[in-house]
Design a protein. Sequence first.
Length: 289
Amino acid sequence: MRNFDETTITEAVLERVRNAPNLRQRIISEAIVRHLHDFVREVEPSQKEWAEAIAFLTRVGQKCTDTRQEFILLSDTLGVSMLVDAINHRLPGNATQTTVLGPFHVADAPEFALGEDISGGMASEPLLVEGRVSGIDAKPIIGAVVEFWHADAEGFYDVQSETGLASLAGRGIVRTDAKGEFWFRTVVPAAYPIPDDGPVGDMLKAQARHPYRPAHVHFMISAPNCETLVTHLFLADSEYLDSDVVFGVKDALICELETQSVGPTARGNRVAKDMAALRYDFVLADAGR
Ligand code: BEZ
Ligand code: FE
């Protein structure tokens, strides 16, 4: 077969990929050919524009390092990460909503006892976090692993500092107690711009978009026989709740900060000074739904 033109070339390529022995690979190969060809037919790029597109993707790849994943940032800012998240989390009604993992999760974060200060010296207003973890049957989950991480008052994560992984702060792991509850102390995080000094930042500028995310605390919560929950809690008084650059905000994850006075807390813990409080009850879906 030869002499392909702009209408016959798509079928020719589809014909060529149709023999992929792995069915899933075949379905994906066919879809990418169809959508990519339709995209080109719609946009009708000039040769110069196509070369610029390839140079852009090349820069995205070149920006990636062990601690910087520009392709994930591209997926996040084009709303693709949240679309993949939505497709993979068609959860039962009362299960806690999910959102993007983001690039600042660190494997093997330090484990803390309940009630400890996990801020690692980050400067900001003190914050109490109290939570409960249950299954969709409302039964408390004892020993759930609750991992959390957040930015400081300037909107930076520990791993963005010069010392990076060597000076972790504002992150950790705790385990729920016999009532399925956990608590820790930290500081109030600020809204922040995603890393925008690379090609994704250039794209945002060209699209006249700001790079900000509203203030939030990330959580990853796991327990046997439950689907691991990746989510954030957003602070209700934060800017950018309606224009999050990665489209991750959901109403059910927005929390008003409460005021906690020195002494006993609403959940029977005790703090030594006045502070803001973030309270939330997480519900894990069953694994293998
Ligand atoms: C974050 O919340 O840490 C994040 C998520 C997506 C892109 C950049 C940062
Ligand atoms: Fe974040």
